[in-house]
Design a protein around this ligand. Structure first.
Ligand code: LMR
Length: 329
């Protein structure tokens, strides 16, 4: 009798202690298209570390950089179908189903990173995060990259008129298309993973990128001229999907997940600032690319020229969002 009782006790203890410990971890696949050494790449690794440590391995995250799992648009589709659970596409990659996100592509909308953050952290920014909710996604946070520079192989670009006839790679975004058309250039949509070879083979003459993407993808090897124009911003929305959030909630892991996202976001912002400067210096050190930094007078001309496209997007983006961004100071 005593033996039977002991055996039953052991069986209960086994099921309470060992079985949960052996429960399968919840897998999180995070797919992105940039290099590991970028702010997004590094913050993805940091988030993995936080989640795995804080949940004692109950969450297991796999990060796929460099479009090794999915390319640009496919990542958003895969996320909708829960084939992956995290992605951090640039705003332009949402164009097809949340066109309002093109707001962030508008040239000269933000004067500085402080201005941008103020808007992102405002009620307006929160409203925009929620827009993806109608598509089964959950907007978690904004992640930074930086302001963009223009590079090309045809001639130095000092003023907008110098860009006439030059073919630039763009992400799929109507705003970016109009931004290049208004300066007489030719926009050409290409996925990020094809940019290097397109520049090398002359499929396009130039591109616009923040410093970290420009350097880590070695675009400097295949470009002759660079204009520090900082005409527009490239940033991201960290997104998951509703199916995955439900699963986390059921497992009681939603809070630790959201707290870790918050911490990784703070880390990412800080890092983006540091790496922006770091990679700018790396490009300068490389020395084989002719760099022009726009003067305040030139900047005024760029601004006036490019901002002419705004009215075309009052309906698509919503004039109230554009005004709110301009007026957040
Ligand atoms: C691009 O396509 O240029 C960017 O969206 C890549 C990235 O994720 O930074």
């Amino acid at each position: 009798m005593k033996l039977l009782r002991n055996m039953m006790f052991l069986m209960v203890a086994f099921s309470l202690l060992v079985v949960p410990a052996m429960a399968k971890p919840i897998k999180v696949k995070f797919s992105h298209v940039v290099a590991v050494e970028t702010p997004k790449g590094k913050a993805a690794e940091y988030l993995k570390k936080l989640l795995e440590e804080r949940t004692n391995g109950k969450i297991k995250m796999e990060v796929y950089p460099n479009a090794s799992l999915y390319g640009d648009r496919e990542a958003v589709e895969a996320l909708k179908m829960n084939a992956i659970q995290l992605a951090c596409p640039s705003f332009s990659k949402f164009t097809g189903f949340v066109p309002q996100l093109q707001l962030f592509d508008l040239p000269f909308l933000f004067d500085s990173t402080e201005h941008l953050h103020k808007f992102m952290d405002s009620e307006w920014g929160k409203k925009i995060l929620k827009l993806v909710g109608s598509k089964g996604l959950v907007g978690l946070a904004y992640w930074d990259n930086g302001f963009k520079v223009l590079s090309n192989n045809i001639r130095p670009i000092i003023l907008p008129k110098d860009a006439k006839g030059i073919k630039f790679r763009i992400m799929s975004s109507k705003v970016l298309e109009e931004q290049f058309k208004v300066i007489g250039a030719i926009p050409h949509v290409l996925p990020f993973s094809e940019v290097y070879s397109a520049l090398q083979q002359g499929v396009v003459d130039g591109a616009e990128n923040p410093w970290s993407n420009f350097y880590t993808k070695k675009f400097y090897e295949v470009q002759k001229y660079l204009t520090v124009s900082y005409h527009g911003y490239l940033g991201y929305m960290l997104v998951t999907n509703k199916i995955f959030m439900k699963k986390l909630k059921k497992a009681g892991l939603d809070k630790v997940f959201l707290d870790s996202v918050k911490e990784a976001t703070e880390y990412e912002r800080k890092l983006a600032k540091e790496l922006d400067e770091y990679y700018y210096n790396k490009v300068k050190e490389y020395g084989k690319i002719q760099i022009h930094v726009t003067t305040p007078e030139e900047r005024k001309i760029w601004k006036k020229t490019m901002m002419q496209i705004y009215p075309k997007f009052y309906d698509v983006i919503g004039k109230e969002f554009i005004d709110a961004a301009l007026n957040t100071k």
